[in-house]
Design a protein around this ligand. Sequence first.
Ligand code: PEP
Ligand code: MG
Length: 879
Amino acid sequence: MHPGDTLTLLAPLSGPIVPIESVPDTVFADKVVGDGISIDPTTHTLLAPCDATVTQLHAARHAITLSAAGGVEIMIHVGIDTVALKGAGFTARVKEGDSVSAGQALLDFDADLLLREAPSLLTQIILLSGETSAIVERASGVATAGASRLMTVGPRRRATEDASRASSAGEAGASRPPRATVGVTSAVVAVPNPHGLHARPAAVLASEARSFAAAISVELGGRNANAKSVVALMNLGAGPGAELRITASGSEAARAVARLVELVRSGLGEDLSAARATTDAPEPTAAAPAALSPTAAALSPTAADPAPRAPRTPDDPRRLPGVSAAPGLAIGPVCKIDPLALEVEEHATDTEAELARLHKALLHTRLELKQLVAASGKRVEQAQIFSAHLTMLDDPDVVTRAEVAIVEGKSAAFAWREAVMSSYRELARMENPLLAARANDLRDVGGRALRHLAGGDEAQAAPAGSVVVAETLTPSEVVRLADHGASGFASVLGGATSHAAILARSLGVPYLVGAPASLLDVEAGTTAVLDALDAGGAALLLHPTGAELDAYRGRLGARRAVRERQEAAAAERAVTRDGIRVAVLANIASADDARKAVRLGAEGVGLLRTELMFFDRATAPTEADQIAAYQAIADALGGRPLTIRTLDVGGDKPLSYMPLPAEDNPLLGIRGLRIGALHPTLLRGQLRAILAARVGAVRRVLLPMVSGLDELREAKQVLEEERLRAGSPPVELGVMVEVPSVAIQADRFAEEVDFFSIGTNDLTQYTLAMDRTHPRLAGRQDALHPAVLRLIEATAQAARRRERHVGICGAVASDPEAVAVLIGLGVTELSVSVQAMPEVKSKIRELDAARCRELARAALDLGTAAEVRALLAEGARPG
Ligand code: PEP
Ligand code: MG
């Protein structure tokens, strides 16, 4: 905007005006998207606040972006978390590219539906072009759509100066401006962040620096960085305690330095105490290999598996250690899921056109990221990541490099890719592993903009047989890449009990998580061995020697032969050598799983995760949908027992169509059965569907995330009411034992339930106070921790006294190395991943239950999970 220009925005809706800071969504309230005003609407047609062009209409039609005179960009976001409605309740009156005049209707919305389905109707009018413009006047009181003035937008400089004039008296005393020379000010400040100036703090610093007109630099050890460039700041490699000299010259220099010094001191948006705590967790690096996997479903070293392992030394640079999230072995060329791997033309002739293309692509990417920030809703971490990406996108160093290359005759796409890659390489060389890992953010945001320049499909394919490496993998990527024939996965992020890991296990594709950031530097096509067999020794081995390859190929062949034998015997019962029968059931999510489970010897289903059929939909499944799904599963089981767990969402499993209240600690909040209490119609509907399906002999209802008897009693009452209404025969009711309180009170619960199913994934998480999705804690979350074993034992004893049956359905049940101790603790039912069934059954047949009891007794007295694993490795060999 030019100095002197202003733009008036009319109210797009009628209703009380609400300060943006009061909006119950931190993304808006903290102005992560931009400054703005909110209206609590009493009208239901959104009007254009000024003459403008529609630059973006979100696919869910709840948010619209307008570009107005003077480069002013505005986003209007109707309601909170309304993206989840996926367009339901919204009717667009315009399309992208339309020119609209002030007061013209943009979209209609169904306020009743929104009020029912979304947490709030508050509508935010946000100024996106905050770098060049600012709100200089804002209305209060009650707005009238299309008539009253909501805000005036002016050029940024003027707004900042106005603000500084208004507050100068207060600030003069409040902050002590550092040493000033004529026109230049500088001060030294130490970095308090335990990980130094990595991406997020650097992004906060650069973004604040950009709000000042002054030229600002940061110096460390003789090297200077433009304070407005995240990449340059990260390139300084400032570790914890590094002393930065911040120097500013020109307008507002003293204010800029004072503000930035204060910001650095305060931790640049990082919670310093929390950050300090996490540094205590060992990094899964080559020097400190991650120890143990909770799933650790490696084949134990059996007589049938005699091939020698390739020699390995802990500091072999070819070995990238990690945690086995899905057990197995794969050999193949590395395939990278690389956002920058798009084909682009190198040269172009029309420099002006290419520069325009670059800036248009950056604008589109910026809008896309702002939408993503807004749509992140209560997922604050996600909002922060996309905000950091926004700052990287505008990085002056990267953009200038690209512009220079275009002027030298390169195409915009080529120039941008090279600019991103060279900054990426500089960052990735940093000694600070966190900085190096965050270089990947630059690659990610660079790839996003590249897609706008070069087109191309986000979803890349993996050649059959390849080992896919990535920073992180989503559950849908795991399924898609496995479909393409990927033989293994390795990622830097991700936990061993994440949904991506659960899916990889059920698909039988080995998956290594928690690999060091250098994983992302591996050249595509490099031959690699993904060895996710051993709990403690999982790693990706690069450039295997001929001898190593032979050894692993031999091992793979031996595993295949063992597997064939196990599958051939899968239909037989699992009985220990001394005659103790252990039921082996399956954990499933669909009728396909059920069919496969029966083929692989399942004696029934110990856990149907019904939530998976509630995900990836715009609306909740109807009762008829659910009955059909349960019926298909029951039919596939052919009369075998079916345990249906009621909806287990919340925590790390959000439901797009059912907004749940934002939570500071979602894993400790409204999840599992607590959702049923909050949305009784959802629970009742599901129970009716469970009762309506024609199931074979045994139909069990399993309640997730129960923590107290009152919750159980309430749900029991609801089940009984629905059962009587439906005229159904009694069903067995059980609880998941996944909160320590239930295990501790198992004797009391045993009086009121028919069975227990121990969910060791959550039980471990809550007993050890370790987020199950945390990549840096993945190696320490082991269900064989003696504290967890004691809770399993308490539950098994209480169940035995009341003659209730008790099973384990957490991932540890699929771990052949763990089976001995679980049986020894008195568990007589294991519900395991479909893929693991034949192996677990064959393991049970090798065991002696009396010896298992001895082992369990010894394990309960040990101090750590590692000691238990060592004991099992020693003692559970077939004797
Ligand atoms: C568990 O917590 O162990 C469990 C089986 O449930 P989920 O993994 O679905 O939370
Ligand atoms: Mg659970």
